[in-house]
Design a protein around this ligand. Structure first.
Ligand SMILES: [Zn+2]
Length: 349
């Protein structure tokens, strides 16, 4: 009797799981089979009526059905996401420079761990981890990044000036990129990331801090395009959050990249299904990035006719929050290390 029901469901699955369906059709199927009153869900609940000696086999068969469905679901979902992304990449012509997601200092343990992980991912792709001064010259923090004196983009970064208008606490880690390019003297390819403290005149509150950790990266070589950036972001976030995580680009504007994009990843909390964390979009913005502006290359001694590159930047705190399921930034500020250490968990695959 039960076996017959299992076979029936299996036959129906075969008929229903047709490839190249729409997102709505896919979601309907999920409800039909795995929803609260879904066919597989109900089948599973029948296990209590099964004679003991048959329970194990029955359970295995139901699990197989679930697995068949999930594999189908994952592969269709991935295909649909990819299609959407390709559409966007084609249709969205874009704009300029580096971002700085403003987030605050949290537990050094978790932050350091996340930063180390990011460093490892990039080192495995041949990047160097570079450091630079926190007290900077205006020239490196702004001017050579295509943000001349009096430019409105400076207002967005309320900067701590130390001496006149020339010496400041860096408001972004980008000056390290400039310094690295200057060292390269326009001759060698560059692959670097720079994690470091940055400072803004922000009032501290639940989502702002006058000091935060930024991780920026720069690649300068020949024939570098937006698709290289896309590939790199894919590698990073799949390594950090699991292979099912997708990335997408949305157009943005920064001073020192052209075009510029914001990078979204599938919400780690709901796996793209939609939840409060992602405001029911299934996506969360994590990175600002783009193709390095020709002016920036030129000012640092790289001929834009020969060289091209991409740059990206993000807040380490934000990644740490996502990685360790910290939904409330105030939890993250908690200095009770016993509590913070409970966020230590195995990575999801
Ligand atoms: Zn979500």
């Amino acid at each position: 009797m039960e076996n017959k029901r299992v076979l029936e469901v299996k036959e129906n699955l075969k008929k229903d799981l047709k490839k190249n369906i729409t997102l709505n059709e896919l979601n309907d199927l999920k409800v039909k089979y795995l929803g609260k009153k879904g066919i597989i869900t109900e089948l599973n609940s029948e296990i209590k009526n099964i004679p003991n000696e048959e329970k194990k086999e029955f359970g295995m068969k139901v699990n197989e059905l679930r697995k068949t469905f999930n594999e189908f679901y994952d592969s269709e979902k991935e295909r649909l996401n990819q299609e959407e992304l390709n559409k966007r990449l084609e249709s969205e012509a874009v704009d300029i420079s580096l971002p700085a997601t403003k987030v605050s200092m949290g537990s050094p343990n978790i932050l350091e761990k996340v930063i180390e992980e990011v460093e490892e991912v990039f080192m495995s792709m041949g990047y160097d981890v570079v450091d630079g001064p926190e007290i900077e010259l205006d020239k490196y923090n702004f001017e050579m990044l295509n943000i001349p004196k009096g430019h409105p983009a400076r207002d967005a970064q309320d900067t701590f000036y130390i001496e006149g208008e020339e010496i400041l606490l860096r408001s972004q880690t980008s000056p390290v990129q400039v310094r690295t390019m200057l060292k390269g003297e326009g001759k060698v390819p560059i692959r670097m990331i720079c994690p470091g403290k940055t400072y803004r005149r922000d009032d501290d509150d639940a989502s702002h801090s006058h000091q935060f950790m930024q991780i920026e990266g720069l690649l300068v070589d020949k024939d570098i395009s937006l698709s290289d950036l896309k590939g790199t972001m894919d590698v990073l976030f799949k390594r950090l959050f699991g292979k099912n995580v997708e990335t997408r680009f949305r157009p943005s504007y920064y001073q020192f990249t052209e075009p510029s994009v914001e990078v979204d990843i599938t919400c780690v909390n709901c796996h793209g299904e939609g939840c409060n964390v992602c405001k029911h979009t299934g996506w969360v913005t994590v990175v600002g990035a783009g193709v390095v502006h020709p002016n920036v290359l030129r000012m640092s001694g790289y001929d834009p006719q020969v060289w091209s590159g991409f740059a990206f930047g993000f807040g380490a705190e934000r990644l740490a929050m996502m990685k360790y399921d910290i939904n409330d930034i105030r939890t993250f500020y908690n200095t009770d290390l016993r509590e913070v250490s409970t966020f230590d968990r195995e990575d999801e695959e």
